[in-house]
Ligand binder design. Structure first.
Ligand SMILES: Nc1ncnc2c1ncn2[C@@H]1O[C@H](COP(=O)(O)OP(=O)(O)OP(=O)(O)O)[C@@H](O)[C@H]1O
Ligand SMILES: [Mg+2]
Length: 359
C-alpha cells in the first residue's frame, strides 16, 4: 500500500497497523489533522491514494465535518504541494463577481474594470483549486467550468483569447449532487466530469473516537495556558450528537475556554445545548429522542393535546382519554392552578388558556 508522504507529521503519531499518521499534516502552524477513528483512517488512506492522481476530487460531507481540512491534506500530500492551494467559497459570491474572481477579467470588461485582472484559477496554476460548496455554482458558470476541465483552457471575462491553466480541481459540497442533477440545478456532464474520485467525510456523531482527540487538539490551538477538560466535561462532549460537527466542537471549546478563564473546563462552562448535567437538572438526551419529563408533566401534556384535538370539548376529550368527565374537570382545574402559579412570571400554556367546553 502506498504510504502517505508526511508533512510536518510527528513520527510518534504513526499508526503501527496501517503506517498512516494519525495526525497527517499540519494545517497552518499549530493545527494538525486528527483522525483517530477507523473510518477517518480509512478516509485518509483513500485520500493518500488520490493525492498523486491529477483527476478531480469531490469531497462530500455535512457542514463542518472537515472537508476543507481533507482538501488541504490532499494538496499537501500531492506532487503539487509546492504550488498554491486556492480555496474559493462558491456560495459566498454573487454570480458575476464569482465569474470574474475565478476567471479574471480583461481591462474594460465591465464598469470599474480599469485594469486586467488574473483570476483565482490562474493564481492556482500548478497547484490546487478548491471549490467549496460546488453545488451552489450558478448554471452559466458551470458551463464555463466544464470547458476549463475539458480543455484545460480559460478565457478571462471580456477577453476573446483563451489560455491554458494547469490546475487540479478539488470540490466540496454538503449537498447531494445527484439529486441536484435530477432537479436540473447541476449539469449532468459536469457532475460526471468532476465525480472521478470521491471522498465522504462522515459526521462526527459517526466517529465518536475522534471527539476527545479533536477536543484536545482544538483546546491546544486556543493557546490558553492551564486550560484542560474535567472528566465530566469530556463525557458531555463525547455523548453529544454534534449536528454542526467539528466546527461546532471548535465553537463549544472556545465557549468553554472563555467561561473557565484558563482553569478546568467543566460541564457548566459548556453551552446549554450539550445538555450537560448540572445539579438539579434532568439528564442529557440524544438528539431526536423524546424530551425527558416527569410522568405528571407527560400526563398533563397528553390531556391538553387531546382536549385541543377535540376542539375544547371536555365530553369528547374524556371519552378519548377513557376517564370520567369529573376526573378530567378536576385535572384541568389543577393544571390551571399550576399555570397561574407559574405565570406570575410568564404566559400560561396555550391549550390551557384555550376556551374549553364542559359540553
Ligand atoms: N480532522 C480534523 N482535525 C483537525 N481539525 C479539524 C478536523 N476536521 C475539522 N477540523 C476543524 O473544524 C473546522 C471545520 O472544518 P472545515 O472548514 O474543513 O469543514 P467543512 O466541512 O469545510 O465545513 P463547511 O461545510 O462549513 O464549509 C475547521 O476549523 C477545521 O480546522
Ligand atoms: Mg468548507
Amino acid at each position: 500500500m502506498k504510504t502517505l508522504p508526511q508533512v510536518n507529521a510527528h513520527p510518534e503519531d504513526h499508526c503501527e497497523v496501517c503506517g498512516l499518521s494519525k495526525v497527517v499534516v499540519t494545517i497552518g502552524r499549530s493545527m494538525r489533522v486528527v483522525a483517530a477513528s477507523p473510518v477517518m483512517q480509512r478516509l485518509l488512506k483513500r485520500a493518500a491514494l488520490f493525492a498523486d492522481a491529477d483527476a478531480p476530487v469531490v469531497i462530500f460531507g455535512e457542514s463542518g465535518t472537515g472537508k476543507e481540512v481533507i482538501a488541504r491534506a490532499l494538496h499537501a500530500n500531492s506532487p503539487r504541494r509546492a504550488a498554491a492551494f486556492v480555496a474559493v467559497n462558491v456560495a459566498a459570491l454573487p454570480a458575476d463577481l464569482l465569474e470574474s474572481e475565478l476567471f479574471g477579467h480583461a481591462r474594460g470588461a465591465f464598469t470599474g474594470a480599469t485594469d486586467e485582472k488574473r483570476g483565482l484559477m490562474e493564481a492556482a496554476g500548478g497547484g490546487t483549486l478548491f471549490l467549496d460548496e460546488i453545488g451552489e455554482m450558478p448554471l452559466p458558470l458551470q458551463a464555463k467550468l466544464l470547458r476549463a476541465l475539458q480543455d484545460g483552457e480559460i478565457r478571462r471575462v471580456g477577453d476573446t483569447r483563451a489560455f491554458a491553466v494547469d490546475v487540479r480541481f478539488v470540490c466540496a459540497t454538503h449537498r447531494d449532487l445527484g439529486d441536484l442533477v435530477a432537479r436540473g440545478q447541476f449539469r449532468e456532464d459536469l457532475y460526471y466530469r468532476l465525480k472521478v474520485l470521491t471522498l465522504t467525510v462522515p459526521p462526527l456523531r459517526e466517529r465518536r473516537e475522534d471527539i476527545a482527540p479533536l477536543a484536545e487538539t482544538l483546546l491546544a490551538a486556543e493557546k490558553q495556558q492551564g486550560a484542560r477538560f474535567s472528566a465530566a466535561a469530556l463525557q458531555s462532549l463525547a455523548s453529544y450528537d454534534w449536528p454542526g460537527n467539528v466546527r461546532e466542537l471548535s465553537n463549544v471549546i472556545k465557549h468553554g475556554v472563555a467561561l473557565a478563564r484558563g482553569g478546568e473546563i467543566r460541564p457548566e462552562h459548556l453551552p446549554d445545548e450539550l445538555g450537560a448535567k448540572r445539579p438539579g437538572q434532568t439528564p442529557s438526551r440524544p438528539r431526536g429522542a423524546p424530551e425527558l419529563k416527569t410522568l405528571a408533566a407527560a400526563e398533563r401534556d397528553h390531556v391538553l393535546a387531546v382536549l385541543e384535538a377535540c376542539g375544547g370539548s371536555q365530553v369528547d376529550a374524556a371519552r378519548v382519554l377513557g376517564i370520567g368527565r369529573n376526573t378530567l374537570w378536576r385535572k384541568l382545574g389543577a393544571y390551571r392552578l399550576d399555570a397561574s402559579a407559574a405565570t406570575l412570571g410568564g404566559a400560561p400554556g396555550s391549550a390551557l388558556s384555550a376556551r374549553t367546553r364542559r359540553g
